[in-house]
Structures are given as structure tokens and as C-alpha cells.
Design a protein around this ligand. Structure first.
Ligand code: PA5
Length: 445
């Protein structure tokens, strides 16, 4: 199981202060269980792992197989909650150079619909020319501009390149049951489609077909992923005592740190494969808690890379941060430092040592330096990167977020602030229906 250690926060906050959250955390858990808290129509994620059936996973795997058999590339089109979880899991599990290697069994996964970069889309569509590609179009609302725009390009290209019949086979939609353009298109064209449940918000949707389908297409074991999440669901259940429940302790500790002026949480990894886990986590916590002029600002760094860029700020900048380190105990491969006769780099003292030992000492040295420098440190330990452990990690962060948001006193399941930029963008682009807003915004330019 993955574990949480908060010992290195205790010079900054007291054990008693963390323990004093027990009743608040219990109340938050109860509100989640009974559906009596804010945003209670978006609690479908809470017992999602344990409600996933074998038959459902078999159906996802069958669809994944169709894409595997007919595509060398699969474009996953989505943004935010319809994109980050998928990428987090795939990149955590993939060979770092998989996109450069030919893999006869699994298509290469590339991403679109998460930006409006003309160069990005030009280069993607150029790359896809003459390739046997398919598309998984993921959008809960079915109307998100970034995703819809990319899908418009990809659908046409797929039909032109592969013919209408094959396009129908290799385009899959993951969207709302009834509403939105993605649903209408899927039904009209006869695409295989999956439903994103109404009561699961985007950032909590990685264990729905939003994540499960592309993860299966990429060749990873979604049964093990779900099994990990199920076990974490048990470990963080209502019946687990406060001090034994990692999500409860995480929620309590970060809220207490926040109360003590630690306004920024940096999620740290020492394994570059976890970069997108941090991106997913940033959305989960940022979108859930950043409202009503409250909320810890979630940031992320990849160490040791960013020790050479952000390390200075973290060590000596404003003392408003704490760090949560995801530490992977065991690497998937083994590589030792070679000895060198000339020893010009002076590294012979490391000869024969595993690269990971150097990394682990960087991690330990950094922890000591940061705690000495006034940065409280939480540590999440994962035995190794595999589907089961990643499944645990995902659910741990989801339930931790639900509890933490309720303890903070916000609705962790809405995102009203996301609409502000969309309104302005549509007004500036003269979208029909935005005439008044267009006039108002033009007057301000
Ligand atoms: O968490 C959220 O609600 C958002 O990040 C959405 O997932 C994101 O905006 C994409 O929305 P949609 O799936 O409707 O295209």
C-alpha cells in the first residue's frame, strides 16, 4: 500500500493540532457519505472504484482492442478533467521513450484538444498524414471549444484518410448520455460511445471511461488500476480510525498548515514519469479548493531537475510553502554508475552504486535542507510504479480532496470561475448569443 508520513511537518504544526481535526474530518466524511454537503450532486466518484464491474471493464477492453487492431496512433482529444488523468496514468507507466519506439501491440497515444495552438494542431495533423490513426473524443459537456475544434479537424482528416467506414470504427466518443455536440455527433455517425456519469465531475473522472479507455488502449491493465483504487477506497473509508486513514491525515495536515500561513503546496516527485500526476493533482486541488477567496495554491516541481531552477525559491523564498513528496521506493529497472579511469568528473566515488541510490540521497538531502529552511514536508511513499499503486494514488488524492475541501468550507465539486475566460473569449470572437458582451468588451479594449 502507499503510505503517508507527516513527521516532517511536526516542527511547524503540532501533532495535537492535526489530531484536533478528527471531528471536522469525520463531519466531512459523513457529508460525503450521506450526500448532505455542498455540491452533493457530484459525488459519483466516491464509491466509483468498488462499483466498477468486470463486465464493464471487459467492454472497455473490447473497444480498446478494436483501436489497437486498427490504429498505429490514437489521438486522445480532451482538456482538463477530460485529459489530465489519462495522461497522468499513461506517462507514469510508460517507457519514457515509448513514443519513439515501435510497439506492435499498442498504438502510440498522442494528445489534442487541450490547447488552441495553431502550430500544435498543424504539426499534429501533419504528423498524422499517412498514419493509421483513431480518435477518442472526450468531453463531458460535449461543447468545450478546445476539444471541439481539435475534433473537427481530426474527424475530417480521419474520414478523408481512412474512409468513412473505418473512421466510424476508430473514432470513439466519451461524453454525456444525452446532451452536447459530441453526443449528437456520436449518435448520428454511429460511433461506439461511453457515458460520463452526470454525478462525476471532470477532475474526478479518471476511473470512468474518460481514463479507462485510453489507458487500456495504451496497453495498461485497467483491472489492476481499479483494484488499487478499490483498496484505497477501503483504506480511507468511514470505518477506518482517523489516525489510520491516510486521506483524513492528509486533509487535516494541509488544512492546519494553511491555517499557519502555508498558502502554497508543492507536489514534488523524484521520478520524471510522475510529471503529469502532478498536473492532474494541480487541477484536482486547484479547481476544487480555489474559491471564495480561499484555498491552498497547488504548484508542482520535478526534482532533482527543478532544484536547479526553483530550488532557490523553495529553500529561501517567502516562507509560505509546504511540500508533499511522492517518493517511489523501487525503480522498474536497474542501472549502476560505471567507473572511469580518468575520473575527470570526480564521480568515481559513486562507481558501482545504483543511479537510484544517488537519487534517493538527493531526496533525503533535499528533505533535510527544506525542513531546515522552513518548508514542512509530507511524504507519500509508493512501493513502485505500476497500475495497482497508481490506482491507489488516484483515489487517495480524490478522497483527500473531497475531505479537505469540506474541511476548508468550500464546495469542492464546482468550478464557477472557469467560465469567466470563456465568456470573454466568445465575446471577442463574436459568438452568436454574445452580442451584448461583445459590445461591452470591445469598449474596454
Ligand atoms: O474538471 C472540470 O470540470 C474541467 O476541467 C473540465 O473537465 C474541462 O473543462 C473539460 O470539460 P468537458 O469534459 O466538458 O469538455
Amino acid at each position: 500500500m502507499i503510505t503517508l508520513n507527516i513527521e516532517k511537518t511536526l516542527g511547524f504544526i503540532s501533532k495535537e493540532a492535526v489530531a484536533s481535526y478528527e471531528s471536522k474530518v469525520k463531519a466531512a466524511q459523513e457529508a460525503l457519505e450521506k450526500g448532505t454537503g455542498k455540491g452533493n450532486d457530484f459525488l459519483g466518484w466516491l464509491h466509483l472504484p468498488s462499483s466498477i464491474t468486470k463486465e464493464f471493464l471487459a467492454d472497455i477492453k473490447a473497444t480498446a482492442q478494436v483501436l489497437k487492431e486498427n490504429c498505429e496512433i490514437v489521438v486522445v482529444a480532451g482538456i482538463g478533467g477530460s485529459y489530465l488523468g489519462t495522461r497522468a496514468v499513461i506517462e507514469a507507466l510508460a517507457n519514457s521513450f515509448s513514443w519513439l519506439q515501435e510497439d506492435k501491440k499498442n498504438p502510440v497515444i498522442v494528445y489534442a484538444g487541450h490547447n488552441i495552438g495553431e502550430d500544435y494542431l498543424y504539426e499534429l495533423t501533419t504528423f498524422l498524414k499517412d498514419k493509421k490513426f483513431g480518435v477518442i473524443n472526450i468531453s463531458k459537456s460535449g461543447t468545450t471549444t478546445e476539444t471541439a475544434l481539435a475534433f473537427r479537424l481530426l474527424k475530417k482528416q480521419c474520414e478523408d484518410q481512412r474512409g468513412k467506414d473505418m473512421a466510424k470504427k476508430v473514432i470513439v466518443a466519451v461524453t454525456d448520455e444525452k446532451k452536447g455536440a459530441a453526443r449528437i455527433t456520436a449518435d448520428q455517425e454511429g460511433y461506439k460511445s461511453y457515458i460520463i456519469p452526470d454525478n462525476v465531475g471532470g477532475r474526478f473522472s479518471v476511473l470512468t471511461p474518460v481514463g479507462l479507455l485510453p489507458i487500456a488502449v495504451a496497453g495498461y491493465d485497467i483491472e489492476k488500476l481499479v483494484a488499487g483504487a478499490v483498496d484505497m477506497e477501503k483504506s480511507c473509508g468511514m470505518d477506518v480510525p482517523f489516525e489510520k486513514n491516510p486521506a483524513a491525515i492528509y486533509a487535516a495536515t494541509r488544512n492546519e498548515l494553511y491555517k499557519n500561513g502555508k498558502k502554497i503546496e508543492i507536489l514534488v516527485n523524484y521520478n520524471p514519469k510522475l510529471h503529469y500526476v502532478s498536473e492532474w493533482w494541480k487541477q484536482l486541488y486547484g479547481e476544487s479548493e480555489g474559491k471564495e477567496n480561499k484555498g491552498i495554491f497547488p504548484a508542482a516541481v520535478d526534482f532533482s531537475t527543478d532544484l536547479h531552477s526553483m530550488g532557490q525559491w523553495i529553500q529561501e523564498g517567502e516562507r509560505t510553502i509546504f511540500e508533499t513528496v511522492i517518493s517511489v521506493e523501487k525503480t522498474n529497472h536497474s542501472l549502476s554508475v560505471p567507473s572511469d579511469e580518468a575520473n575527470l568528473d570526480g564521480l568515481n566515488f559513486l562507481a558501482g552504486k545504483r543511479v537510484d541510490e544517488v537519487n534517493k540521497m538527493a531526496e533525503l538531502g533535499t528533505q533535510i535542507a527544506h525542513v531546515d529552511g522552513g518548508v514542512p514536508n509530507l511524504r507519500i511513499t509508493i512501493p513502485e510504479l505500476n497500475e495497482y499503486n497508481i490506482g491507489q494514488l488516484l483515489y487517495f488524492f480524490e478522497i483527500g480532496c473531497g475531505i479537505s475541501g469540506y474541511v476548508l468550507g468550500v464546495n469542492p465539486f464546482d468550478q464557477p470561475g472557469v467560465e469567466a475566460y470563456k465568456k470573454n473569449m466568445f465575446a471577442l470572437l463574436n459568438k452568436p448569443g454574445y452580442e451584448e458582451e461583445s459590445k461591452a468588451i470591445q469598449a474596454r479594449l
